[in-house]
Design a protein around this ligand. Structure first.
Ligand code: PMP
Length: 287
């Protein structure tokens, strides 16, 4: 069996390293497209339907027709098979496709549909052991009246700039506040705070993405013995937490060791990570 990064471009398979897309793809010119990142284990996507539903919602928000679940599944299954990977990461992308130069989004034919199969490891093992350092970026999470935080668009520059700020100050990740100063999310992850037996996380009002991993942690919370509170809260409240952790498809559950130098314990976050990891198998779906 071949073990390689591969991509399906509108149904045609290519080794990822050799794949080419047209320069006039609007995804490249304007970030005019949407995506999902999904993990798979034993060739079965994790939390498949919640990712598909978010993919469809993102597509519809930007006025693109998503593929049917049947053809989405078909392309994913075929691409995973072609890679030879049992476990890996899917990057599923839909762009407005190719047309004339210029921003006008009308008059396009079929969208371009890309499915990449690869592997990602966002953080070293040691960061899961010791926790990561966060800093609050000066740049704010885009306002919900400008663009819905629920849409995974290809335009990630605001998040990348926040991450740059964090990296330049020696931290690993950025914490973004919303335009009113409420805690929103990290550059590619949601945030939770443990306060006694309460698990606090920003409500979607803060324009954070409704993360699939976030929702899974909320689901597991009763098993973990926590009450969940989703609300708007400011940085000073977050800094009072016993523990803080991030969640995302790429990184899983990541304990946070400090925010702007304020330190947190990480023991219970590591336990939550274990519970999350042990729930993975039951949430993978054969295609
Ligand atoms: N927020 C942002 C901005 C993200 O890009 C991601 C990664 N998809 C997340 C949160 C976490 O979402 P999920 O758990 O669905 O991966």
């Amino acid at each position: 069996m071949i073990m390689n990064d591969v991509v399906s471009i509108n149904g045609e398979l290519f080794p990822l390293i050799e794949a080419k897309i047209p320069l006039l793809d609007r995804g490249l010119l304007y970030g005019d497209g949407i995506f999902e990142g999904v993990r798979f284990y034993d060739k079965k996507p994790l939390l498949h339907i919640p990712h598909f539903e978010r993919f469809c919602k993102s597509a519809e928000y930007i006025r693109l027709s998503p593929p049917s679940l049947e053809s989405y599944n078909h392309e994913i299954k075929k691409t995973i098979e072609a890679s030879g990977y049992a476990d890996g990461y899917l990057r599923i992308i839909l762009t407005r496709g190719v047309g004339k130069m210029g921003i006008t989004p009308t008059g396009y034919g079929k969208p371009n549909f890309y499915v990449i199969v690869t592997n990602i490891a966002l953080y070293d093992k040691s960061l899961y052991e010791n926790g990561i350092e966060l800093v609050v970026s000066k740049s704010r999470r885009i306002h919900k009246d400008s663009f819905s935080g629920q849409v995974k668009s290809l335009a990630y520059l605001p998040n990348i700039i926040c991450l740059w700020e964090a990296l330049e100050s020696g931290a690993t990740e950025a914490l973004m506040l919303d335009c009113d100063g409420y805690v929103s999310e990290a550059s590619v992850a949601n945030i939770f705070a443990l306060m006694g037996n309460t698990l606090l996380t920003p409500s979607l009002e803060a324009n954070c993405l409704e993360g699939v991993t976030r929702n899974q942690i909320i689901k597991l919370s009763s098993k973990l013995g926590f009450n969940v509170e989703e609300k708007l809260f400011k940085l000073d409240e977050l800094l009072e937490a016993d523990e803080v952790f991030l969640t995302g498809t790429g990184a899983g559950v990541v304990p946070v060791a400090s925010i702007n130098g304020t330190k947190f314990k990480i023991d219970r976050s590591k336990k939550i990570r274990e519970v999350y990891e042990s729930s993975i198998k039951d949430n993978c779906q054969a295609l």
